[in-house]
Design a protein around this ligand. Structure first.
Ligand code: SAH
Length: 220
């Protein structure tokens, strides 16, 4: 479905199916050992899921975990809804939204007394190919519970990006818990220590335009 849909919209630069099995499906599944200790009914949010990576392969092999796939592009969410329907996945939902909007705490109270349905709601946030760590932490950290994890699928530049993100992680009350080498890249593991300050995430596009704690000269 991914290869087929990719002929009418831009989901991946990889057009060869064999290569896609390795670089997309197998790569997504390298997160399984990191998520192996999650309990049944745990919730995971995939930010900037695009063509469903890593969220869809993970949801297939972890049927007892609840997955929320988020993307800012409506067409991609329509595609993901078709995939969820075609495979018959019952543990996945796809939401068309910007991560900033889901993470913002406007102090609203829902009838059951809870603030914002997504902020500090998830056990784990995952993301691949969405942006540098300093920017991506602001999009993901607000969404996970205290003690929750952010798992970023990264490549060779992981250490460099981490160094640049040092101040951002501090501002977001989050630790770098470790980096795991996998056959296809690196998984950067962050652990949220305390509640995210209400100022984060900032408004739409701001985390990318001006990543937290990154000096203008150092920014690309
Ligand atoms: N995770 C997929 C897609 C990476 S492309 C993969 O690894 O193949 C990055 C995706 O993130 C795009 O689909 C884009 O629409 C989405 N995106 C970028 N910024 C976003 C934001 N602030 N909120 C939600 N989605 C975002």
């Amino acid at each position: 479905m991914l290869m087929h849909a990719n002929t009418r919209m831009n989901l991946t630069a990889i057009r060869d199916e064999t290569e896609a099995w390795d670089k997309h499906i197998f790569d997504a599944l390298t997160l399984v050992p990191v998520m192996a200790e999650l309990e049944a009914d745990a919730s995971v949010i995939d930010i900037g899921s695009g063509g469903g990576l890593p969220g869809i392969p993970l949801s297939i092999v972890m049927p007892k975990i609840w997955f929320t796939l988020v993307d800012a592009t409506k067409k991609k969410i329509e595609y993901l809804d078709q995939v969820i329907d075609a495979i018959g996945l019952k543990n996945v939902r796809a939401i068309n939204a910007r991560a900033e909007q889901l993470g913002i705490d406007r102090g609203e109270r829902t009838p059951d007394g809870r603030q914002g349905a997504h902020r500090e709601h998830y056990d784990v946030a995952i993301a691949r190919g969405v942006g540098q760590i300093a920017m991506l932490s602001e999009l993901t950290v607000p969404l996970v519970k205290i003690g929750g994890l952010v798992l970023m699928t990264k490549g060779q530049r992981a250490e460099e990006e981490l160094a640049t993100a040092k101040a951002a992680l501090h501002m977001l009350h989050t630790n770098h818990a470790g980096t795991i080498e996998t056959p296809t890249g690196r998984i950067v593991v962050l652990e949220k220590q305390r509640k995210t300050p209400r100022d984060y995430p900032r408004r739409d596009g701001e985390p990318k335009r001006s990543p937290l704690g990154v000096k203008k000269e150092a920014k690309k």
